[in-house]
Structures are given as C-alpha cells and as structure tokens.
Design a protein around this ligand. Structure first.
Ligand SMILES: Cc1cc2nc3c(=O)[nH]c(=O)nc-3n(C[C@H](O)[C@H](O)[C@H](O)COP(=O)(O)O)c2cc1C
Length: 195
C-alpha cells in the first residue's frame, strides 16, 4: 500500500523522451490497469487507440497547432474561456511538437455518450499514468490534442465511433532526463462536517 503512495508522489508529466519505445506487452499491461478503474453503472465506456508512428503523431501535431491557432480554436480551453487568438506562444513555434516527439500516444476514447463516460475515461487515464510510472515510464496528458483527435477525419482513421469521442490523450515513453517535481498547494478544505 505504501508503494502506491510512492508512485502517486513520483509521477511527473514528462516532456522529453528517449528513443526506446515501450513494447506491445507493456502497453497491454497499462491498458489492463486502465480498465480496472471504477466505472459508473459498470458501463466500461472506454476504448483505446494506440499510435506508435512518429510520422502520424507529427501530422496530428501540425494539424492541432493550426486548429488551436485559428479563430475559435480557443474553444476547449476550459470553462474560464480565453480571448480569441489568445493561444500559448509555443503553438507558433514550427519546431514545437505537441507530443514532445514521444513515440507512443494512447488515446482513451468513449464509445458513446452518457453522463459519466468522460469521468470514467479520466479515471482510466490516471490508472494508466500511475501504472506507467510504476513501470518506469514517463507520461503526459496532452489536452492540446483533443481538438485534432475529434475531427471527423481522425476519428475515422482511429476507428473512434461517430457517437463517441477522444477523451484523454496520453503520451508515453522513457524519460530522457530527470523531471523536477511540480509542487502543489495544500488541499483546501471547504468543509469537514462532523456531528
Ligand atoms: C486534462 C489535462 C490536459 C493537459 N494538457 C497538457 C498539454 O497539452 N501539454 C502539456 O505539456 N501538458 C499538459 N498537461 C499536463 C499538466 O501541465 C501537468 O499535469 C501539470 O503541470 C502538473 O505537473 P505534473 O503532472 O508533473 O505533476 C495536461 C494535464 C491535464 C490533467
């Protein structure tokens, strides 16, 4: 049990990767960890696309950058919203790859709608990222990829059902260096109701 606490504290978002790729059996182990997440009404709404082709990832990255830079591309930046054209400067950098040149992307998708389908996919995503950390792999969730992965063309290419969606894009690989901890604020406790 202490081990899981160690893994939670040691996981980092990794943004620089070595060339070595996780093999198929390791990826399958991580997918198995993902599907052991809790799932509302036991619907198990998830399905996975695994992309281990850097040329495809580069193509998706370029497309994502142009979608995110376009007017209206700010849609999806979150409920707080952003002004049109207010995108991170890195999206203007031709050398920037939204997948940080990782060789593996796992896209956790929902096969259909439903009130908790996205929540289930995110729980699966955290299981997958913690399992990756436990296996010595780095990972990073790539919200920048959501727009391109949900275009009709990419959904078709990855066999994501039309009524489903790409929810959690996660890059994986072996970190090429150490990654410092990103500190957190202490939990803000709004209420602790006791008799
Ligand atoms: C929903 C979501 C979307 C994210 N999208 C990106 C992204 O597009 N690019 C990126 O570099 N990091 C992305 N991150 C990683 C966060 O920046 C990172 O988790 C945060 O800075 C805390 O660092 P840590 O994960 O190392 O603790 C995303 C994280 C989440 C949860």
């Amino acid at each position: 049990m202490e081990r899981i606490m160690d893994v939670i504290h040691q996981r980092r978002s990794v943004r620089a990767y070595a060339e070595k790729q996780p093999g198929e059996s390791l990826v399958r182990e991580l997918l198995d960890a993902a599907v052991h997440a809790p799932t509302a009404m036991h619907l198990e709404p998830w399905a996975f696309a695994v992309i281990q082709d850097k040329a495809v990832l580069k193509r998706y990255s370029e497309r994502a950058k142009s979608i995110l830079r376009a007017p209206g591309g700010a849609v999806g930046w979150g409920s707080a919203g952003r002004a049109p054209h207010d995108h991170p400067a890195m999206l203007d950098d031709p050398a920037f790859n939204i997948f940080y040149d990782a060789g593996t992307l796992i896209v956790i998708c929902r096969r259909q709608g439903g009130p908790f389908a996205d929540a289930d996919c995110w729980l699966a995503a955290e299981n997958l990222m913690l399992a990756a950390a436990a296996k010595g792999l780095g990972s990073c969730c790539i919200g920048f990829a959501a727009s391109v992965l949900n275009t009709a063309a990419v959904k078709r290419e990855l066999h994501i059902p039309a009524e489903g969606a790409a929810v959690a894009p996660i890059i994986l690989g072996y970190a090429s260096g150490s990654v410092p901890e990103v500190p957190r604020k202490a939990p803000e406790i709004l209420a602790w109701v006791k008799p």
